[in-house]
Ligand binder design. Structure first.
Ligand SMILES: Cc1cc2nc3c(=O)[nH]c(=O)nc-3n(C[C@H](O)[C@H](O)[C@H](O)COP(=O)(O)OP(=O)(O)OC[C@H]3O[C@@H](n4cnc5c(N)ncnc54)[C@H](O)[C@@H]3O)c2cc1C
Length: 338
């Protein structure tokens, strides 16, 4: 029986994989990729499947599920903690350990699904933190060169939900991520007003790491942003659209505006969606916006990838019609287009 990709994605959609390989060691991972490349077969590297929308037709090539494990840490009072993590480690397990060990810098990224190897791809971020702030280097298999290469932070071209890995799709297979974390009991200064409010501190203040994690998990659960198999509001790929970055002056009146330090301003995709007339729960019995958060497209149980794509197009087109702003999808579309 071919492996159904719906069983490996948090949207619970996606047809069969022609070939499905589970790689539990780095050597297996590289071999599985190299063999597919030598045979000229299409390849999909899959982590936790929490940022992909896979077509109902599935994937006519090799899917390699990354399941490599291992964390090694070297901590000293001067240099902080240098933590080397295999690509297949669950991200939130790493965050929980960081909070326990007093490693500062990833606590606001609590509760994000998926695996460590995917975090540099779109420069995962939430509540005022991004992984690019703590990634020292990323060890990769370079499919173009057929060699292992280490990219240091400055080589990764990190930006808002983007990186060199996303800009050169398919070239890099992340094998290991090295984080450089400060030591301490207090989290990084709170830069996100909603989180500051929940923690009862002023923006810019610092709170104990454990409190930060608890507050973030609490906020995320309220928005359906922590996976729960029983809650269809979490059968999503997280935020389906990125927040548009616009020239200053192009932000609609009344919309949030976050200056980016150049001539551009970031605004809220959720605000645009709501003000274009798509409220929470908009959709039908199969595919609908989350009942907790308009930015998440969710599978209510029986959705196909086509159902979700139809909803995504309706929302994108509605926002374009109302505001002239083009929303861009955040999850990677596999075998399909918006
Ligand atoms: C409920 C929910 C909440 C979320 N909240 C957030 C959030 O707050 N912030 C945020 O930034 N994201 C969020 N996401 C999106 C997602 O969790 C992250 O992008 C996560 O890092 C994806 O990890 P993954 O292992 O599931 O990747 P996958 O979905 O398996 O893969 C995503 C992409 O990365 C590639 N990839 C995966 N692993 C590797 C590897 N080792 N080497 C090379 N390429 C690889 C895949 O080919 C694919 O293109 C959320 C998702 C859900 C479902």
């Amino acid at each position: 029986m071919p492996e159904l990709l719906a069983d490996h994605t948090t949207l619970h959609v996606g047809g069969p994989a022609a070939d499905f390989v589970v790689a539990t060691t780095e050597a297996e991972l590289v071999d599985a990729v190299r063999d597919a490349d030598d045979a000229g077969r299409p390849l999909l590297v899959l982590g936790g499947g929490s940022n992909v929308l896979v077509a109902d037709a599935g994937f006519d090539g090799r899917v390699v599920a990354v399941r490599t494990r291992g964390v090694s840490a070297d901590a000293d009072a001067c240099g902080g903690a240098v933590v080397r993590v295999a690509a297949g480690e669950p991200w939130d397990d790493l965050v929980a350990r960081a909070v326990d060990e007093g490693w500062v810098g990833v606590e606001a990224l609590s509760g994000i699904p998926g695996l460590v190897g995917a975090t540099p791809i779109q420069n995962v971020g939430a509540y005022g933190q991004e992984v690019s702030e703590t990634i020292a280097s990323v060890r990769c298999w370079d499919r173009q060169a057929g060699a292992v290469r280490t990219l240091f932070n400055r080589d990764c071209r990190f930006g808002y939900r983007t990186s060199r890995f996303k800009q050169e799709p398919g070239r890099w297979v992340v094998l290991e991520v090295v984080f450089q974390l400060r030591l301490g009991d207090l989290g990084a200064p709170v830069r996100y007003a909603e989180r500051a409010g929940r923690q009862g501190v002023d923006p810019g203040a610092r709170a104990p790491l454990g409190d930060v994690r608890a507050a973030v998990l609490d906020l995320r659960r309220g928005k359906g942003m922590v996976l729960d198999p029983l809650d269809h509001d979490t059968w999503s790929a997280g935020s389906f659209f990125t927040n548009p970055v616009l020239p200053a002056g192009a932000v609609p009146e009344g919309a949030p505006a976050w200056p980016q330090g150049d001539d551009t301003v970031k605004t809220s995709a959720a605000w645009l969606i709501e003000h274009a007339g798509f409220g929470r729960g908009h959709g039908d019995v199969r595919a609908a916006l989350s009942g907790k958060h308009t930015l998440a497209l969710t599978n209510r149980g029986g959705a196909s990838a086509d159902d979700l794509l139809g909803l995504a197009r309706e929302v994108r087109d509605g926002v374009r019609e109302k505001f002239g702003i083009e929303l861009v999808n955040e999850p990677v579309l596999v075998g399909c287009d918006l």
